[in-house]
Design a protein around this ligand. Structure first.
Ligand code: AMP
Length: 355
């Protein structure tokens, strides 16, 4: 549980003069660019020397850099950050760099609901949440001796799919598995992958309406994962495995994509169910989130993961996506976050969207 009292943190804030801050990585160019478009000051938290490559992207460069020795130390600078009226936008790397405990206790107003972290980072709780919402997830295989079809083995807390592997039999599994780390065995779902980027606002009613607030679909992507996505250049997976070369799932980039329009009602129904369940379980998943899905040949969605904050898959859409263009031109997820904060200020509802 976070011990942050948002009301108290905001009590000293000049809300007419907020600064949007994030860690200089992941989706920071887009976050800074979106914040600037909405008229906010921006601050980039970076380790050591100021990141030189931002000079090459003036519209994505923060107005100010805040250098720290180590990301884990950000908490030590909470007073200074609060004096600058900082609102932190967490992204995937932000939480990873700080560590979950430091993130939960960071005494700086943060966009979204920090309680979601507990439900997202624990694979069992994640399943309770998603299956409780009626979402279909890939089957879990508790006993590897029961492997009858291709499975994917995922090590807990593995960064970017590192070390994950596919096995088709118990023998294959036994040969590859490393027992020193906890893992989950999941049915390998055959189909096409879509990573769906939603935005839930508990305070605005101008999109797909939910019991409280409304839901938008801003974009979708497909991850580019090495070596699995290009392994066929060298031969079939089976051939390569014979040689001891195994495909891996390390994310190196993101590819823009759209899906059959007839699938969109299902996309919204899934998003709706996930948000409604989150409201029941922990006060709601606020702001951007992503469902990582496989669509099978029967046009069924299987959701293998949820990311509860801005994902790097939104980066292809700094200037809007084929979906967000139908909401407002030039609308990225980073900009949408800044707009939500603007709206919260205007309506005096910041406490509803920050934690
Ligand atoms: P994850 O860390 O759960 O996001 O998984 C990393 C990558 O493994 C995904 O981006 C997918 O390419 C792949 N993957 C994960 N789970 C499954 C699954 N059940 N079936 C097929 N591919 C999967």
């Amino acid at each position: 549980m976070t011990e942050v009292n948002i009301k108290e943190l905001l009590s000293t804030y000049d809300t007419e003069n907020l600064t949007i801050a994030t860690v200089c990585s992941h989706s920071s160019l887009q976050i800074f660019n979106g914040a600037k478009k909405e008229g906010f000051k921006t601050l980039g938290i970076s380790v050591g020397e100021v990141k030189k490559f931002y000079d090459a992207f003036p519209l994505g460069k923060p107005d100010e850099f805040f250098a720290v020795d180590n990301y884990r130390d950000i908490a030590k600078y909470a007073d200074e950050l609060r004096q600058k009226n900082v609102i932190v936008i967490p992204h995937g790397s932000f939480v990873e760099y700080l560590g979950p405990k430091n993130f939960l206790n960071l005494q700086v107003p943060t966009f979204g609901n920090r309680h979601v972290l507990m439900w997202e980072s624990d694979r069992e709780k994640e399943r309770v949440w998603l299956e409780g919402a009626g979402i279909t997830m890939p089957k879990e295989i508790k006993d590897p001796r029961n492997i009858e079809k291709p499975v994917i083995v995922k090590y807990h807390g593995a960064k970017g799919g590192k070390g994950f592997f596919i096995a088709k039999t118990f023998a294959e599994f036994s040969k590859r598995v490393k027992h020193d780390k906890p893992y989950t065995i999941q049915e390998f779902v055959m189909g096409t992958r879509y990573y769906l980027h939603y935005f839930y606002s508990p305070i605005q009613d101008n999109a797909y309406k939910l019991t409280k607030g409304s839901l938008q679909l801003l974009s979708m992507d497909r991850r580019d994962e090495t070596t699995i996505d290009e392994v066929q250049r060298l031969g079939s997976i089976a051939e390569l495995e014979e040689l001891g070369i195994h495909p891996t799932f390390v994310v190196t980039g993101n590819i823009p994509i759209v899906m059959r329009e007839s699938l969109l009602p299902q996309v919204f129904r899934m998003g709706e169910a996930v948000v409604e369940k989150s409201l029941e379980l922990f006060g709601g998943i606020i702001g951007p989130f992503c469902l990582e899905t496989v669509v099978t040949e029967d046009l069924e969605f299987k959701v293998f993961e949820i990311s509860a904050r801005i994902v790097a898959g939104t980066n292809p859409y700094v200037a809007g996506s084929p979906y967000s263009e139908l909401i407002q031109t030039d609308l990225s997820t980073g900009r949408r976050i800044a707009q939500e904060i603007r709206y919260g200020i205007k309506q005096n509802q910041l406490e509803e969207i920050l934690s």
